[in-house]
Design a protein around this ligand. Structure first.
Ligand code: FPP
Length: 244
């Protein structure tokens, strides 16, 4: 019999400050039900809503969701078009909920490639939520971890070439400050649904000491109770950051 997920979250002081999620398994979830893959993305968007609202209710500082990777452009055009339409629809439909829950919205990635229509909706949500003080919801879109490191290195290289940065002022702190969102704390907990045990180019720089949670279930089945289970597992971990 399947294990019943813990239904309660851990105590507030045991919660991660930043949760990052690789939302995998949408296609397989749909195929297992004899549905087209895009139905999995639709149900996945419902998980996005529930997990975001729950993180806001729990007071988790930041939630970063891998919504479209720089490698996802390799998918069939029809699926890419559907995902972009879903993203736009999500931005429009979820805006009132984002604002009502005091969520501040942001996005990371090489966003320019997303197209005017998506960019306009992202910008609107970002602007309207910019004074909110609750959970930061960050969507990683056209995002790649290696690309982020390259973009940061290029910024520093430009400064060095212009003579405004000494070569030995290129250190961890400088690279950290040159990342897409330098204010974001590193993720404490990285969740990947779908049963695969890999990072897939997500937040490579930032996850150096993240705790990993890799449930077998697909993203559309990851809802409030499954989040609580992950948070309880995180709360029980001992983090040593290389020390004893
Ligand atoms: C991975 O599942 C998921 C994606 C590539 C896209 C993530 C998108 C969503 C969760 C829905 C919409 C999101 C927002 C923010 C509205 P997969 O297709 O790789 O699944 P598979 O591994 O089973 O094929």
């Amino acid at each position: 019999m399947a294990k019943t997920p813990a239904s309660d979250p851990p105590a507030r002081d045991k919660l991660p400050r930043h949760v990052a999620i690789i939302m995998d398994g949408n296609g397989r979830w749909a195929q297992a039900r004899g549905l087209p893959r895009v139905k999995g993305h639709e149900e996945g968007a419902r998980s996005v809503r529930e997990i975001t609202e729950e993180c806001a209710a729990l007071g988790i500082g930041r939630l970063t969701l891998f919504a479209f990777s720089s490698e996802n452009w390799k998918r069939p055009k029809a699926e890419i078009d559907f995902l972009m339409k879903l993203l736009r629809r999500y931005m429009v439909n979820e805006r009132p909920t984002i604002l009502a829950n005091n969520i501040r919205f942001t996005a990371i990635g090489r966003l320019e490639a997303l197209g005017e229509a998506v960019l306009a909706e992202l910008a609107k949500t970002k602007e309207l939520s910019r004074r909110n003080t609750g959970t930061v919801l960050c969507l990683a879109l056209n995002y790649g971890g290696r690309q982020e490191i390259v973009d940061a290195a290029r910024r520093l290289a430009r400064e060095a070439a212009a003579g405004t940065r000494a070569w030995d002022a290129v250190d961890e702190a400088a690279l950290d400050a040159a990342m897409y969102d330098p204010e974001a704390p590193a993720p404490d907990l990285l969740i990947r649904t779908g049963g695969d045990h890999r990072i897939s180019n997500f937040l490579l720089w930032h996850i150096a000491y993240a705790e990993l949670w890799l449930p077998e279930i697909a993203w559309p089945d990851f809802k409030r109770a499954q989040l609580h289970e992950a948070l309880r597992a995180f709360a029980a971990r001992e983090r040593r950051f290389g020390g004893l």
